[in-house]
Write a protein that binds this ligand. Structure first.
Ligand code: NAI
Length: 335
């Protein structure tokens, strides 16, 4: 099948081409993101393959459908960037990669916790300058701390497992509690109770209209002074302006982000020769107790192999008219 691969980086090409040896699709790699301005590039392609920051809103989907696209193959798990109702109305199929390596994301979240606590980002810079002073690098034992996990799906449960290994107390909030978490001794609580009791709050739920700005000024007010907040899920779970106010007051003591609500214009590109125009993001970078990574939690060799293999298998299922287990649709979500 002819597939226009948008937002294609060298690593996408490497892993997709390798996996395609077994599938034989005609892949055309396009560097731009798929937007209203670039969707003409997909003319005559029955399938487009996209990533997290390609906005598949109704106008983009309509323009694609008009030019013959019938399949949207997401090479990611989250599908908050797709207007699923519009896709259904246009008769388009949307497939995704529901799990490629939950380990990659869980391990990165824990990496942020460790880096922030022991100030590894600061120590790295200091030692390279010949500064071996320890002032300002004081951390705390993770042992005995209370970690609040919001969302205990594939990633959240792994975070629970790892943090249990450190000897942490585990709290969680999820509308659908996970039996494995319960067996681990995770204590499910109401969201506001989790905010009140946790030393570390880590977000592993999807971005939906209900979870948009789940962490807002009110939620932050409920948290412990000096709380650590980790977000490796989707940027818009957090009201960044409210968090900046909480960092300035000391209410938030540590912030680890792999995602940012306005990341689409920043992440995945080398902008080191340009000036950052996003003042909110620039302010975040001024805090010594903030570590931001550019949506790299998924980025392991293992995950990229799974993403490529599953994406191409999804496309083959569609081409051969087979039901695809990885299809995502509004109707399925409502069930
Ligand atoms: P999953 O679907 O296995 O688990 C999500 C969990 O969140 C489910 O248990 C669900 O019941 C729960 N949930 C739904 N609404 C909730 C709410 N209002 N409050 C609390 N929990 C709620 O998803 P998975 O694989 O664990 O991924 C979680 C998120 O991580 C994805 O939605 C995606 O946004 C993000 N992600 C980030 C990556 C990165 O590179 N930074 C890579 C992959 C995923």
């Amino acid at each position: 099948m002819k597939v226009a691969v948008f937002s294609a980086k060298s690593y996408d090409r490497t892993f997709l081409e390798r996996a395609n040896a077994a599938q034989g699709h005609e892949l055309v790699f396009l560097e731009p993101r798929l937007t209203r301005e670039t969707c003409a590039l997909a003319a005559e392609f029955p399938a487009v393959c996209v990533f997290v920051n390609d906005p598949l809103d109704a106008p983009v989907l309509t323009a694609l459908a008009r030019r013959g696209t019938r399949l949207i193959a997401l090479r990611c798990a989250g599908f908050n960037n797709v207007d699923l109702a519009a896709a259904r109305d246009l008769g388009m199929t949307v497939v995704r990669v529901p799990a490629y390596s939950p380990y990659a994301v869980a391990e990165h979240a824990v990496g942020l916790i460790l880096a922030l606590n022991r100030k590894i980002h600061r120590a790295y810079a200091r030692v390279r300058e010949g500064n071996f002073a320890l002032d300002g690098l004081l951390g705390f034992d993770l042992y005995g701390q209370t970690v609040g996990i919001v969302g205990t799906g594939k990633i959240g449960v792994l975070v629970a497992r790892i943090m249990k290994g450190f000897g942490c107390h585990l709290l969680a909030y999820d509308p659908f509690p996970n039996a494995e978490c319960e067996a681990l001794g995770v204590d499910y609580a109401a969201l506001s109770d989790l905010f009140v009791r946790s030393d570390i709050v880590t977000l592993h739920c999807p971005l939906t209209p209900e979870t948009h700005h789940l962490i807002d000024a009110r939620a932050l007010d409920e948290m412990k002074p000096g709380v650590m907040l980790i977000n490796t899920s989707r940027g818009a779970l957090v009201d960044t302006r409210a968090v900046i106010r909480a960092l300035k007051s000391g209410k938030v003591g540590y912030l680890g982000l792999d995602v940012y609500e306005e990341e689409a214009n920043l992440f995945f590109e080398n902008l080191s020769d340009r000036l950052i125009q996003d003042d909110v993001f620039a302010r975040l970078l001024t805090f010594p107790n903030v570590v931001v990574t550019g949506h790299q939690a998924f980025f392991t060799r293992n995950a990229l192999e799974h993403i490529a293999e599953t994406t191409l298998a999804n496309i083959t299922d569609f081409e051969q008219g087979r039901p695809c287990v990885n299809q995502v649709s509004v109707d399925r979500l409502r069930k």
